[in-house]
Ligand binder design. Sequence first.
Ligand SMILES: [Zn+2]
Length: 99
Amino acid sequence: MKDAGYIRCPHCGKDEDAMVHPTAVRINRGGEITLVDSNGTHMQAGTTTHRGVSIENLFVCEQGHQFVMQMVFHKGSVYVEYKDVPDELTKIRETIWRD
Ligand SMILES: [Zn+2]
């Protein structure tokens, strides 16, 4: 299995020293939303955003940029998209956990 490489900030990611840190993961399963951040695991009801599960991985880079790597699934394919952090999640900036 090949190494998939590092995730880089889409704003300043050409600089190999611009490290990114995970801040949260949000999973939306048909409107059942689970958010894991540095404070723990939170569940809430919401709206469906895709036909299947969507997984949003939130990051902040050491330059302060925030972004989301979103994965959605359809007919055996996994789609990956980099997006801006939704307004309701921009205050999450603390690293989720690191050993
Ligand atoms: Zn950046």
